[in-house]
Design a protein around this ligand. Structure first.
Ligand code: SAM
Length: 297
């Protein structure tokens, strides 16, 4: 940890993990078993095909060439790994969940890709060779040592590093449901602005682009949605909870064609990027402003 932003990050993420553990003891608070259990559902929603229309994929394509080497940290089943692999020299997919990586390997084989390597482990515990481009999508807010994670992401690449994360917390949408069941609001999580604070403390001046990402979540039935919301809301699997959730969700969800969807059609996300491996010494240019204008105090 380096300074107040890193400490704030740690407290936000750890507070949330502790809350999850308190509400559902032994659930694995976002460890490999947690993601193993959710891998198949995640892969069906976050498919390689879905990545093609994603603003982050388009940004990664612009940042890479045929000869680029890439690492995808917390790849999951590999929507971005597999989308990029046909267009670059190689991609290393890192993830602690064996099930996520099985799905990534299987899809790579199906697509005839032989330039994808899967490395199982948390980012802080694996060793990978330096690459041109390192990126991580929707992972860092799960990691209490955000500063260590981001410093290693920066050090892993020689050209550019990218982070992709929500710019609007799902908690804001879910808050009425969370309060209904738990009696108070959820412990706040770390946001993309907190990530920018940690990067600045590390001597990195990132560029930030806010993009709009279509919500892909669709349910065939209210019962299917209730199962997923029960998971998101950290609720016990009892007949009473299922019944109550089905009742609330039948008013909450909105029709999307023949299916049901969450209230928001799209959500903003942040693409944060910087030239990798070029951190400035701590304290240099703290404001990020370069002029000596009287306003630069
Ligand atoms: C929400 S999914 C995101 C998957 C993928 N990046 C995407 O955007 O589709 C989070 C993934 O991060 C992985 N993960 C969690 N903690 C990690 C860590 N410390 N290092 C690397 N991966 C991690 C999980 O196993 C899971 O597959």
């Amino acid at each position: 940890m380096t300074g107040p932003a890193a400490a704030r990050w740690h407290n936000l993420v750890q507070g949330r993990l502790d809350e999850m553990e308190r509400l559902q003891p032994g659930r694995g608070a976002l460890g490999p078993a947690f993601w193993d259990a959710r891998a198949t559902r995640f892969a069906s929603r976050m498919s390689v095909a879905s990545a093609a229309g994603d603003p982050f994929y388009r940004r990664l394509r612009r940042a890479t060439r045929r000869r680029s080497t890439v690492v995808d940290v917390g790849s999951g089943p590999g929507r971005f790994t597999l989308g990029l692999a046909p267009h670059v020299a190689s991609v290393v997919a890192v993830d602690p969940s064996g099930r996520m990586l099985d799905l990534c390997r299987r899809q790579a084989r199906g697509l005839g890709l032989d330039n994808v390597t899967c490395v199982q482990g948390r980012w802080d515990e694996v060793e990978v060779a330096a690459v041109d481009v390192a990126f991580s999508s929707y992972v860092v807010t799960l990691v209490a040592d955000g500063a260590g994670f981001l410093a290693k992401l920066d050090a892993a690449a020689t050209d550019r590093a990218f982070l992709y994360l929500g710019a609007y917390t799902a908690d804001a949408v879910l808050d009425p449901l969370w309060r209904h069941f738990h009696g108070s609001s959820r412990q706040p999580g770390a946001t993309y602005l907190d990530a920018v604070g940690v990067l600045r403390e590390l001597g990195i001046r990132p560029e930030i682009e806010i993009v709009e990402v279509a919500s892909r979540v669709r349910y065939k039935t209210v019962a299917e949605a209730a199962k997923e919301y029960r998971d998101q809301l950290c609720l016990p699997d009892t007949a009473e909870v299922r019944r109550e959730l089905r009742g609330l969700l039948s008013h909450w969800l909105v029709p999307r064609g023949d299916l049901l969807g969450a209230p928001l059609k799209s959500v903003p996300a942040a693409i944060i990027s910087w030239p990798a491996g070029r951190r400035r010494p701590a304290g240099a240019g703290r404001t990020g402003l370069t002029t000596r204008s009287p306003l630069n105090l």
